[in-house]
Design a protein around this ligand. Structure first.
Ligand code: MLT
Length: 262
């Protein structure tokens, strides 16, 4: 579906209140496969591919988190969804969720923040990310596989769910180098959302895989503590991709949260 200058691909299932799920880097909407089918029994679940990912169109250069957030607002407009939504974001999807709340607050009734961070990159981290962006453009998406896979999944998931891990590897390999590089540069220059946390007064579920090394439990606990209406849930045995690694526990937490607050 054309949103401004880009064709956005998305999955949509179910009817009722809208639940928008925003994927992590360097994946696409398929990382929500354990949620789309199951949660569409109760909700209208929409899982887009961000600009530059999956089946969506690519913009080279730098794509800011603000741009991704505005794309999603445009998608909701095109789908005729004006009522406030529950927005879920994992990691980079969470970075987009902060911006979506900031820029389109009236559209947000609930936030589900999975394995994400509020802090910006340090200068050194931002520099390394920009270097990685150049390398991905020069050498291709597969260079991300050995770098990301051990950090995305827990050791237990890598041992016990090899097909799931291989499917993620495949998604990474097929990514657009220009799209991935643009998102890396956008993440490098994202702003620090920490000072917004106290103002975000919608009900929020903060969810974290126990073994997450990218956004560890202590950091996510601090996010939940800072938000006035947040509840914190840890998913045992999972790494950075808890919803993909353990959809049963994740969906139970999401259902309980939405049922109690919506
Ligand atoms: C992600 O999972 O989206 C990325 O690991 C986020 C990041 O690199 O900061």
């Amino acid at each position: 579906m054309m949103i401004d200058d880009v064709d956005l691909n998305f999955a949509e299932r179910g009817a009722g209140r809208p639940l928008l799920l925003v994927h992590a880097f360097p994946l696409d909407h398929r990382m929500w496969r354990g949620q789309v089918e199951d949660l569409s029994e109760e909700y209208r679940v929409i899982a887009p591919d961000l600009r530059g990912f999956g089946g969506s169109g690519v913009t080279a250069g730098t794509v800011a988190m603000e741009r991704f957030a505005d794309d999603l607002a445009g998608l909701l407009d095109r789908l005729g969804i004006d009522e406030p939504i529950a927005m879920g974001g994992l990691s980079m999807g969470g970075y987009v969720a902060w911006q979506f709340w900031r820029r389109h607050a009236r559209r947000v009734s609930h936030l589900i923040l999975c394995d994400t961070r509020a802090a910006a990159d340090s200068e050194e981290a931002a520099r390394q990310r920009c270097e990685l962006a150049d390398q991905v453009e020069e050498q291709g998406a597969p260079i991300l596989v050995p770098r990301m896979i051990p950090r995305l999944f827990s050791e237990k998931t890598r041992r016990q769910q090899t097909a799931l891990v291989q499917a993620a590897e495949q998604v990474i390999r097929q990514g657009s180098p220009a799209g991935l590089a643009a998102a890396l540069r956008g993440m490098a220059k994202r702003v620090d959302a920490t000072c917004w946390l106290r103002e975000i007064d919608v009900p929020a579920l903060v969810l974290c895989g126990h073994e997450d090394v990218i956004s560890p439990v202590s950091e996510m606990q601090a996010i939940a503590d800072a938000m006035p209406r947040a509840e914190f849930v840890v998913i045992p045995g999972c790494g950075h991709l808890a919803p993909l690694e353990d959809p049963v526990h994740t969906n139970k937490a999401i259902r309980a949260f939405l049922k109690a607050t919506w």
